[in-house]
Design a protein around this ligand. Structure first.
Ligand SMILES: Cc1ncc(COP(=O)(O)O)c(C=O)c1O
Length: 333
């Protein structure tokens, strides 16, 4: 655990601090908002935490304390290269909890291999394979039943519960505070389980932005990620925020499904081109989420919009990967 640190959410809604579970895990907040090109800014959420950055740790700060109270293993699920599964396992182990994941196949890319290797290097993490992502809920239910005597905590895949989403409400507040200049037109984020998109949109409204819209670029199947799911998540999160004294109106977000390509985790030509362009700006992307979202951001930029891209991918700089390098400096995976 890192030393207690202020969070933008609690500074804005101090009453919430006594009402919602919270444990500090991220030592890199607030993240910088960098002006990387004409009309393009990047919120550097790759640097949320030195142990393992990216977007998941922001949500886990609000969800893991609940698992700790329960005390049993943390059970979650995702693709074989899921950043969520890796983040959950890393931070659960650091909290002294056992961790278990149900994983399903996805196209094997270098990022997937690296993420798998980092997960395999953790002790006290059990992995159960499900034959297909649509079979995952059944495998998960079976593991939950088997673990019942140990009081497991079912960590929702992606950690996008109303509590987890508070982490991105805080990120939205940080973005408003850290943005230099007039309000942008759009904030672009990859869309998986939805907490990042919905939380950001609520945070921007809470921070006082009246124009900017969050565009969630759908990178997961429509059956798991769609407007109805996001609307339900927004209602739940709004109810929690109301406890803190703020009753949000409908937040400004939309879903852009045009960049998904042939399937979950499958690289696309547009994503590959966006990854090459990002490299020139000093950004590392991966094909499943951030490459597709950055392709959407570049299209908006080309259309003359002022765009903030939220860099939700930890990249390879976190301790989770650096410590895996051999003495000769090459990665072990
Ligand atoms: C790098 C990255 N960006 C974005 C997302 C999606 O975020 P959310 O699940 O909050 O929609 C994920 C989800 O796993 C991810 O790994």
């Amino acid at each position: 655990m890192v030393a207690a640190a202020p969070r933008a959410l609690f500074e804005r809604l101090p009453r919430l601090a006594d009402l919602v579970p919270f444990t500090p895990l991220a030592d890199g907040l607030p993240t910088a908002v960098e002006h990387v090109d004409d009309g393009l800014w990047v919120q550097r959420d790759d640097r949320t935490a030195s142990v393992y950055g990216g977007n998941k740790v922001r949500k886990l700060e609000f969800v893991l304390p609940v698992a700790r109270r329960r005390g049993g293993p943390v059970l979650t699920a995702g693709g074989i290269g899921s950043h969520h599964v890796l983040a959950a396992a890393i931070y659960a182990r650091r909290a002294g909890l056992e961790a278990e994941a149900v994983v399903y196949p996805q196209p094997v890319t270098p990022d997937v291999r690296r993420t798998q290797a980092a997960l395999a290097s953790l002790e006290g993490v059990r992995v159960t394979r499900s034959p297909h992502r649509y079979a995952m809920p059944v495998t998960l239910a079976a593991r939950l039943a088997a673990l019942a005597p140990q009081r497991p905590y079912l960590l929702w895949p992606g950690a996008s519960t109303p509590l987890g989403t508070l982490g991105y409400v805080s990120a939205g507040l940080e973005l408003v505070a850290g943005f230099d200049g007039p309000e942008p037109d759009v904030v672009v984020a990859p869309l998986g389980s939805g907490g990042t998109t919905v939380g950001l949109a609520l945070g921007l409204a809470l921070g006082g932005w009246r124009r900017a819209r969050v565009v969630g670029v759908r990178a997961a199947d429509v059956v798991v990620t769609n407007r109805a799911v996001l609307q339900a998540l927004e209602s739940g999160t709004a109810a929690v925020l109301a406890l803190g004294g703020w009753r949000p109106r409908r937040a400004r977000w939309s879903v852009d499904a045009r960049w998904f390509g042939p399937g979950y985790g499958a690289p696309t030509p547009e994503g590959d081109a966006a990854t090459a362009r990002a490299e020139g700006l000093g950004l590392q992307l991966e094909p499943t989420y951030t490459a597709k979202a950055f392709a959407a951001a570049l299209e908006l930029l080309a259309a003359g919009k002022r765009v903030v891209f939220v860099q939700t991918y930890a990249g390879t700089a976190s301790d989770a990967f650096v410590s895996r390098k051999s003495p000769h400096g090459s990665s072990s995976c």
